[in-house]
Design a protein around this ligand. Structure first.
Ligand SMILES: Cc1ncc(C[n+]2csc(CCOP(=O)(O)OP(=O)(O)O)c2C)c(N)n1
Length: 899
């Protein structure tokens, strides 16, 4: 408590208080006589004079620990004191129902979990938004987007209950989704999950940090659509209510400068600064609010501190010598939490008792009044004033740092307690106290039974609540499952070059980019396509698109690009179509999610292609992809320069051998590892049809490589059958009668399998059939589905892989440029002996040939491995060594995992 704050130091350093007072008086007189504009001008002149004099002076960027908005600048409350009183009652009812929901669930089943204290602190912040700001979508307005702090979900359900959207039955099944469904009702998901409550939740926020970065990119994508002329400009906002602890996540802060750089004044963050996280204080020994003020302010945001309620105003008015402000500046968050957890007498003694001046300020209050002094985030008027200022601020995004008490109103059972985050069981006494604290019209019995409370339809509260929501376009959150279709052009129109490649040499990346160029030109689909890169467009040969469709820039292009003379010049434009995000995979995927959910969020289907180094996808930003999946995203993720042995020289951190393992775990992600350009074309075509025409909630992960290869044409005969095979996961590319072995090659290693087949036949007279496996995960999923149907419904459905390999018991050998677990995923569905080769271990930098030898996945190793299986029991180890030596293989080399 004896911290030295700047104000303290200033007082000590003030060697001439009279002179200081003169300067301040001058400022006040300028302000009064000539207004704030002139005052600001003079201050900036002073600052530059100081700079010129070499003073190296810089504004501390931290303002005192008081509200940014002065009482006299507060916007009037719509409906005045009557409305405030009604809304306070409503907030109390929300609090009770939210609490009852959690406590009830945990009374019944202690394992269900849930949170009370977070919403208790956020309730008023939500309520002001619901009653006055959060606009729903209707015929006139496309609707605001609101990101709700996930573990405050009970409060959002409580409101939906009062609005008549959820029933008591629903509330009684909080966190019991399966049981509820079995009983014919809808349960309530733990956190916001569009996948589980598709008509309700829009944005998953349960994983901390995902909400903030997503909200920023959604606000940016709205601008993108406007600037491209795809939607009319409109007053639409993105609101994000997040926790102060959540701001520790790197993603929370990662895109702050993008928001200010792009002048996203359609974006408002409300940070619920209850000063606590799960384990304890967020910044016990400092001020999280000040830290966030510096961070957001430094990044160019408009910062509004909302710290103290209206009942503090008279106290500040009496604070002639700045003692109160000084004390607040000095009181660190850990201490503020202790004050929150204690009563009036304690606060009088330990806060107001610090100096005689403070004591006299506090003397006008009774102990009870001290106890009830509100923090800014619990005062509807102050919250309204802050939201109003934020909504009307132009040119910059706004953050409101709202100070609250965690577990507000939970009394000795939870308010400000270290353990409050996980408090989900309350004793009867605590419940009764809560009722009394918030004046809830509930009998003791009703409290004991944790009955949900809903005022009569003609009560003041219910009428007010309905009127407010009606004025704002209806209920919210609400996810709209738009069924708008976009016609997909015929495959031949943009992919003829791939279907009839005729052994022209190209990489699958080149083929994809060429297809993309064609799709962008399509008169119907073209404008819906959103190419996204994170500073790798040139790597993937996409520079031609710069000129063709331009790079989106909210400011257009304010400079003459160095390469203006080139036909591929770096063209930035306000209506540019490419989102070039710079080196932020987290940002690029957030843009992708915005575009991929546009069909629902904006009622306008878009088709994003995010093309990136595959290693920096599922591994680096997997959780953002998981959230996109929850949000029912539709689009293409293109994992380029993929394959652990195919990327060549890039080495350990770049070579991806695992993304297909992770992508396979995402239920609505269809993953493909095509070898040929025509396969890729068929997959993209299928994806577009499913997502844009059939409106299926799936997205596609397709890996492409940078290895130039002669590309075969799609077989002219039986194209439908080939297409089916590609999409279901495998098709035969080198058939043979009665093969001794079947080789399954995936992606870039298919050609090694083909070469191995030639070796086997040429040297050893062994006939091998070769299959292209485009998707182990699709084969595995189909296999699991058939297996389950067999077990449960006694179905005789046969997995695709089993159908294809049916009719022979010749061994099957699979090779993939990913870890062996990928081809292993289909083992259960193969009747014949099955051997897998993959690229487990750390990558290395070297040539593809050296890497494939190292990982034992090249043609020779495939050949040798096939022989070990075929010669089992007929050749001695010495003979096998001889074969290896003949093939040029070293059986004594370090094992491929490289350990
Ligand atoms: C990525 C991630 N890590 C951890 C958690 C677990 N978790 C849920 S809430 C929470 C504390 C949140 O604190 P804060 O953001 O301050 O919100 P408050 O509940 O205090 O309002 C934690 C650690 C999570 N949901 N997501």
């Amino acid at each position: 408590m004896d911290m030295m704050t700047p104000e303290h130091l200033i007082r000590q350093l003030d060697t001439d208080a009279a002179e200081t007072a003169e300067w301040i008086a001058s400022l006040h007189s300028v302000l009064q006589a000539e207004g704030p504009e002139r005052a600001r001008f003079l201050l900036s002149q002073l600052a530059s004079a100081a700079r010129e004099a070499g003073l190296n002076w810089r504004d501390a960027r931290i303002t005192p620990y008081v509200n940014t908005i002065r009482p006299q600048d507060e916007a009037p409350y719509p409906g005045g004191a009557d409305a405030v009183a009604i809304e306070e009652r409503l907030a109390s009812i929300m609090r009770w129902n939210a609490l009852a929901m959690v406590v009830r669930a945990n009374r019944a089943y202690g394992e269900l979990g849930g949170h009370i204290a977070s919403y208790a602190s956020a309730a008023d912040l939500f309520e002001v938004g619901f009653n006055h700001f959060f606009r729903a979508r209707d015929d006139q307005h496309a609707g605001d987007l609101v990101y709700f702090q996930a573990h405050s979900a009970p409060g959002i359900y409580a409101r939906a209950f009062l609005e008549g959207r959820l029933s008591e039955e629903n509330l009684a099944h909080y966190r019991q989704e399966i049981t509820a469904q079995a009983g014919g009702t809808q349960g309530l998901s733990s956190y916001p999950h569009p996948w589980l409550m598709p008509d309700f939740w829009q944005f998953p926020t349960g994983s901390m940090g995902i909400g903030p970065i997503s909200a920023i990119y959604q606000a940016r994508f709205m601008r993108y659509l406007e600037h491209r002329g795809l939607v009319p400009p409109q007053q639409r906002r993105v609101w994000g209510v997040f926790g102060d602890g959540e701001m520790d996540e790197p993603e929370s802060l990662a895109a702050l400068s993008l928001a200010s750089r792009e002048k996203l004044d359609n974006l408002v963050f409300v940070i619920n600064c209850n000063l606590q996280r799960l384990d304890g204080p967020v910044r016990g020994n400092g001020h999280v609010v000040d830290e966030l003020e510096t961070l957001f302010g430094g990044a160019g945001w408009n910062v509004i501190k909302l710290l103290w309620g209206s009942d503090w105003d008279p106290l500040f008015a009496r604070d002639e010598h700045g003692e109160l402000v000084d004390a607040l500046n000095r009181t660190v968050d850990g201490q503020l939490q202790t004050f929150a957890a204690n009563d009036g007498p304690f606060n009088r003694e330990h806060f107001f008792g610090q100096t005689p001046g403070l004591a006299s300020i506090g003397a006008v209050l009774t102990d009870d009044e001290i106890d009830r002094l509100k923090r800014g985030g619990h005062d509807l008027r102050k919250i309204h004033a802050a939201y109003h200022a934020a909504a009307n601020h132009r040119g910059r995004p706004t953050v409101i740092l709202a100070q609250t008490k965690k577990g507000f109103g939970m009394g000795s059972a939870g308010q400000g307690k270290m353990t409050t985050h996980q408090q989900k069981k309350l004793e009867l006494d605590d419940l009764l106290q809560f009722r009394d604290r918030f004046n809830l019209p509930l009998t003791d019995k009703q409290v004991e039974n944790l009955e949900f409370y809903k005022p009569a339809p003609d009560s003041e509260e219910m009428k007010h609540l309905s009127a407010c929501r009606a004025a704002l376009g209806g209920s919210l959150p609400r996810r709209i499952d738009s069924k708008v279709q976009v016609a997909v052009p015929a495959l031949e129109s943009h992919a003829a070059f791939a279907l009839d490649a005729d052994h022209k040499e190209m990489s699958t990346t080149m083929a994809l980019v060429r297809m993309l160029g064609g799709l962008l030109k399509d008169p119907v689909l073209g404008k819906h396509v959103v190419p996204i890169v994170a500073d790798e467009a040139r790597t993937f040969g996409m520079a031609n698109l710069f000129r063709q469709v331009g790079i989106y820039s909210a400011q257009g292009q304010l400079y003459q690009p160095e390469d203006i003379g080139s036909i591929l010049y770096y063209r930035e434009a306000k209506d540019g179509q490419i989102l070039e995000e710079g080196i932020t995979e987290a940002g690029a995927i957030s843009s992708w999610t915005s575009a991929a959910t546009s069909y629902s969020v904006n009622g306008l289907p878009m088709l994003p292609f995010y093309i990136y180094y595959s290693m920096f996808g599922f591994q680096r930003i997997g959780d953002l992809i998981w959230a996109a999946a929850d949000q029912r995203a539709r689009g293409f993720l293109i994992g380029a320069t993929s394959g652990r042995t195919t990327l060549g020289g890039e080495g350990l951190q770049h070579q991806d051998g695992s993304s297909h393992l992770v992508s396979a775990t995402i239920p609505n992600c269809r993953s493909y590892d095509p070898a040929y350009a025509y396969e890729m074309a068929v997959i993209v075509d299928d994806g577009m049809q499913r997502m844009l025409e059939k409106n299926e909630d799936v997205f596609y992960y397709v890996t492409v490589t940078n290895e130039n290869e002669p590309q075969p044409s799609m077989p002219a005969e039986g194209r439908e059958h080939v297409r089916e095979g590609i999409l279901r996961g495998m098709h035969c590319v080198l058939p043979c009668e009665q093969p001794a072995i079947r080789l399954l090659g995936a992606g870039p290693l298919l050609k090694e399998a083909v070469a191995a087949a030639h070796l086997l036949e040429g040297i050893y007279g062994i006939k091998a059939e070769v299959w292209s496996v485009t998707s182990f995960s699709e084969l595995a999923r189909d296999g699991m589905a058939c297996e389950r149907a067999r077990r449960l419904q006694h179905s005789d459905a046969m997995p695709w892989v089993a159908q294809q390999l049916h009719g022979s018991i010749a061994p099957v050998l699979a090779v993939s440029d990913y870890v062996r677990a990928v081809p292993e995923s289909i083992r259960a569905h193969i009747a014949a002996p099955y051997i897998t080769l993959g690229t487990d271990g750390f990558g290395r930098s070297d040539t593809r040939a050296a890497l494939r030898d190292f990982f034992e996945v090249d043609a020779k190793w495939i050949c040798y491995t096939a022989l070990t299986e075929l010669y089992e029991g007929t050749k001695t180890p010495e003979q096998m060594r001889e074969i290896a030596s003949h093939l040029g293989l070293n059986l004594d080399k370090t094992i491929s995992t490289g350990i």
